[in-house]
Unconditional design. Sequence first.
Length: 258
Amino acid sequence: MKIKLLLLATLFCLAVGCSQKRDNAFAGEWLDLSYDFSDKTIYWVESDGFKKETVAEGQTDKGYYYSAYKFCAPEHGGTHLDAPRHFAEGRQTVDEVPLEKLIGAAVKIDVSAKASANRDYQISVEDITAWETQNGAIPEGGIVLFQTGYGKFWGDRAKYIGTEGEVKHFPGLGTEAARWLVENRKVKAVGIDTASIDFGASATFDTHVALMTQNVSAFENVANLEKLPVKGANIVALPMKIKGGSGAPLRIVAFIPN
């Protein structure tokens, strides 16, 4: 385990330019930003879902315990990555997204007060610049995570997605804000604690298009953002490497140095 942590810490240093000595690589906290996958996992289409079947489980006739399972699930559901190909023809598929775009310094922008007052809230350029006024500029090539507060509803589909017939209601990143981040901060990726980087009622998914035509991936259904500091954390977000995939289940973790 220590070797694995050291490798991850080394990846952080390569990605974000750490000057930290190897002896201090473990001085901090690891935070899991992923939900587990089960039959309770929320998917965009309710009839879809994560299905796990038992292949073998129990004591064998040779005296040892053995278990094996198989699963089936759509690309997009639970904590997952939207690769650029999801909304941009000819752009990167999951297996083509460079590792350096999945690892880097993170900032968190909390818009939970506004999102609580308006389920259809769209995060604006002003929300981002107001954060920068208090915390300094988002580093070029950073990873930006948005906390809407809707993670508290995870597990309750009606509250989390806010389905009203075919229309869903939850906050997301506004298209102008997405373009601003790409053009002015050259972000590696963006993430959010809702089911989509676009707000739920969107019919044209303009934010997805704005990001993904520029080969910027999105992390959706990110967990535990209330535990993440506004800056200073480093992110590793590694999706299942599905060849030609438009998305994939994602294990995303944060390292918060002391």
